[in-house]
Design a binder for this molecule. Structure first.
Ligand code: NAP
Length: 299
């Protein structure tokens, strides 16, 4: 149980509703910031504006999956107000206050470090990232179907990266009957790609390998789908880039060449917010309960 814990949930999409539901069931008290347009009410959760919250009582802050943008602004689907997380706000919290987000960036890392608070990035945990790859795959399949006039079955699908998402995407497209190739740079990844029954290639050969690609799916958060790579793609290729913003594609050059290239953020929040929210809610409730037990033990 989270009895006695005061948690600020700031912004986010429908995934946060599962988190709020779970934490209120566990008896936490919640300040909801950036939710004033949400019709639903949760027992034990109060909607507040960021400047109304008494942060000196807040034991944990839960941010959306993306955390903040590079100016500190937090995405708020259920509000029109601009919500910005600052170092000053973190300094008002008790020293034990932990900040939870999916991923982080230089701004969020900077204010957390300056305020000497702890940041937990849920997606750096393999379990969360692997569970989350399931709705991500379904969202990627949805985009491939929506933006092509040919079947996935029989298509040449090139996937870049064999991380938690790349592996799941490769397996699913292979299962749907696509001719799948996966590009990676580590020899153990090339070995795993071979073991999975799909075709491996080293990323250093990417320009040669993409010339017959119908659908190119990038999972690498670095500029790998460069102008030189795009120049080698057939004109009909669909590029789906799921890597975190700004993605790994030269979108400017793709547009210039007339190649359809889509940055596809937050797929789990779009195709399966309930499941994606439950994945986060389960791990967050476990971490918050551990935090509470540790603090009681230290007293
Ligand atoms: P991951 O497990 O860390 O995998 C990342 C992959 O990128 C690994 O194969 C890694 O290979 C490769 N990589 C990283 N830097 C590279 C570089 N400079 N050159 C070549 N390869 C490089 O991450 P993940 O969980 O699969 O997630 C992948 C991306 O998708 C992340 O940006 C994540 O935030 C994003 N994501 C988006 C959605 C969505 O809905 N759009 C959903 C989930 C995740 P090495 O092991 O060789 O470094």
């Amino acid at each position: 149980m989270l009895t006695g814990m005061q948690i600020a949930v700031i912004g986010g999409d429908a995934r946060q509703l599962e988190i709020i539901q779970k934490l209120t069931e566990l008896d936490a008290r919640i300040s909801l910031i950036g939710f004033e347009q949400l019709d639903h009410a949760f027992t034990g959760a109060v909607k507040e504006k960021i400047n109304e919250v008494d942060f000196s009582n807040i034991d944990a802050i839960i941010l959306p999956v993306a955390g903040t943008n590079l100016e500190g602004q937090i995405e708020t689907i259920f509000s029109n107000e601009k919500v910005v997380l600052t170092e000053d706000i973190l300094l008002k919290t008790p020293e034990h206050c932990t900040i939870y987000s999916g991923i982080s960036n230089a701004y969020l890392n900077g204010i957390v470090k300056a305020a000497k608070r702890k940041l937990v990035q849920l997606f750096s945990r393999d379990d969360v990232a692997i569970y989350n790859s399931i709705p991500t795959v379904e969202g990627t399949i949805m985009m491939a179907i929506q933006h092509t006039d040919f079947t996935i079955h029989g298509s040449n699908v090139t996937i870049l990266g064999l991380g938690r998402c790349g592996m799941s995407i490769a397996r699913a497209f292979h299962g749907l009957g696509a001719k799948v190739k996966v590009g990676a740079r580590r020899s153990e990844h090339l070995a795993r790609i071979t073991e999975m029954g799909v075709t491996p290639f080293h990323l250093s050969n990417i320009e040669k390998e993409v010339t017959d690609t119908d659908i190119l799916i990038n999972t690498i958060p670095k500029l790998v789908v460069s102008a030189a790579v795009i120049a080698k793609l057939p004109a009909h290729t669909l590029v789906i880039d799921i890597a975190s913003k700004p993605g790994g594609t030269d979108f400017r050059y793709a547009e210039k060449r007339g190649i359809k290239a889509l940055l596809a953020p937050s797929l789990p929040g779009i195709v399966a917010p309930k499941t994606a929210g439950q994945i986060l809610a389960d791990v967050l409730s476990q971490l918050l309960q551990e935090d509470l037990v540790n603090r009681k033990g230290n007293k």
